[in-house]
Design a protein around this ligand. Sequence first.
Ligand code: PEP
Length: 253
Amino acid sequence: MRKQIAAANWKMNLTLTEGEQLLDQLLSNKYELNENRQVVFAVPAPYLAMAQAKLAGHTNMAIAAQNCYSKKSGAYTGETSVLMLQSLGITHVVLGHSERREYFNESNQLLAEKLNIALEHNITPIFCCGEPLQIREAGTQNAYVAAQLEESLYHLSADQLKQVVIAYEPIWAIGTGKTASSEQAQEMHAYIRAQLTEKYGELVANTITILYGGSVKASNAKELFSQPDVDGGLVGGASLLVDEFKVIIDSLK
Ligand code: PEP
């Protein structure tokens, strides 16, 4: 079975105390996790060490950075390097979130470099892709997402690709309360898997976890995650609410 993941994206929210309380409350619950059912918390950079320490003794849970830079170290004020993440024991990094693409001009090419450096340092990238509203309305979302995959991922070897988690996040559904229907999500996830099959073969494509992101909440998680090619979710707003995110974790296949 493919790895199923509930990933929280806190974005630029919460004070340190609020973040500690949220993790304490979430971690006080029991979840049926195993190698194939995991929880990842993508927290703001200043909270990585705190969050990593809180996970001590919790299995099948991981902390992710929300970004990293494409260089190992040097005069890049304000950036976070994979070496820093490694030194904290951080195992995952979100790359190419639509907010980074939009507000920080991250291109598919830059993301290819970030993927390389993360993979070279054994950090699992959660690579985000997805189309804006005007592309969905024009009906060209498949070509748009295919180009994102091609320009950022297809230089990777099959062994490298197997380390990547993909998150399909239609931009029109992020933070808008507008969720893609489970049919729309399944359709795009199946398309992404078909593209990966064409490039890397079915064996490889079938091992890749593809998360759905875009207004996932307690009330729609089960339905979305029950789709055959939806392997969990990347969750923004609802991951900040204990009762919501707990149900989302419990909705994993
Ligand atoms: C996200 O931050 O990746 C996201 C999908 O946000 P939301 O769940 O709030 O739409």
